[in-house]
Design a protein. Structure first.
Length: 256
């Protein structure tokens, strides 16, 4: 018997409404002047120009399956954040681990005016002794998970983009708190529910700063960045997943 209810479309419509509500919430606190997003760290200069300088809408339609994956990632984020929030100033946590968590910041807004970057940190933990730790939460599939945590360290492939995103947050956190004692990516394997963290080298902070300084310099020319290997795009695979792919191809055909 053919099922009378279109469950997939019903859920998809629900996700669209959730996305609209979330965008409306962000629009209320969105500054008038354009800011770059930390999630664009280490990415194609041309794509960043479309979304931040030109501020145009994406030309590609997000696949329904991908939208469900995004939602799954959001729920994982929310669960982990809620779990940490519960142990803030917790005597029971102190009695077990002998660590007092003074403050926990979730989705804390950060602004780096000099390099025009604005975003929201997943998780900042400030201990009673003053130490500050920064975390970014990533939900990934088994293939990417194995690349991060392969038993043979020679086979590991760190995500430069993800590490630079975290480092961009780190620049702002260190500036505000006066210290930054560790930066970590929490990886959640969506296929197995395995959860592991990876510490990111502080050298990434300087790399992230250099990236955004270059982006600001390039975009100050007020013209669409030309296609350049390792810059626009940074990696060849970016084009296949770019939300401005159609726009970029048309501009390229017009000599831009």
């Amino acid at each position: 018997m053919k099922h009378p209810i279109d469950i997939q479309s019903t859920y998809h419509d629900h996700l669209i409404e959730l996305n609209k509500e979330r965008r409306a919430e962000l629009d209320l606190i969105k500054p008038k002047e354009p800011y770059y997003r930390p999630s664009s760290s280490g990415m194609c200069s041309r794509k960043i120009y479309y979304e931040t300088v030109m501020r145009i809408e994406p030309t590609e339609v997000v696949d329904k399956r991908v939208q469900r994956l995004f939602r799954l990632g959001d729920l994982i984020h929310q669960d982990i954040q809620a779990a940490f929030k519960k142990i803030e100033k917790s005597d029971s946590y102190f009695s077990i681990y002998n660590i007092y968590i003074n403050n926990i910041y979730i989705e804390k807004e950060i602004i780096l005016k000099k390099i025009r970057v604005r975003g929201f940190c997943d998780l900042i933990i400030e201990l009673g002794d003053g130490r500050v730790f920064l975390y970014d939460i990533k939900s990934i599939g088994s293939f990417q998970y194995r690349k991060q945590f392969a038993r043979n360290k020679a086979l590991r492939e760190p995500s430069i983009h993800q590490e630079l995103q975290l480092a961009t947050y780190g620049l702002a956190v260190e500036k505000e708190f006066g210290r930054l004692d560790g930066i970590f990516i929490l990886y959640y394997n969506k296929d197995t529910s395995m959860l592991r963290y990876k510490e990111v080298d502080r050298d990434r902070l300087l790399t992230a700063l250099g990236f955004w300084e270059r982006i600001n310099t390039e975009h100050s020319k007020n013209s669409l960045p030309t296609l350049q290997e390792s810059i626009s795009p940074v990696a060849s695979w970016e084009c296949g997943y770019c939300s401005f792919k159609t726009k970029c191809e048309k501009d390229r055909q017009n000599g831009l």
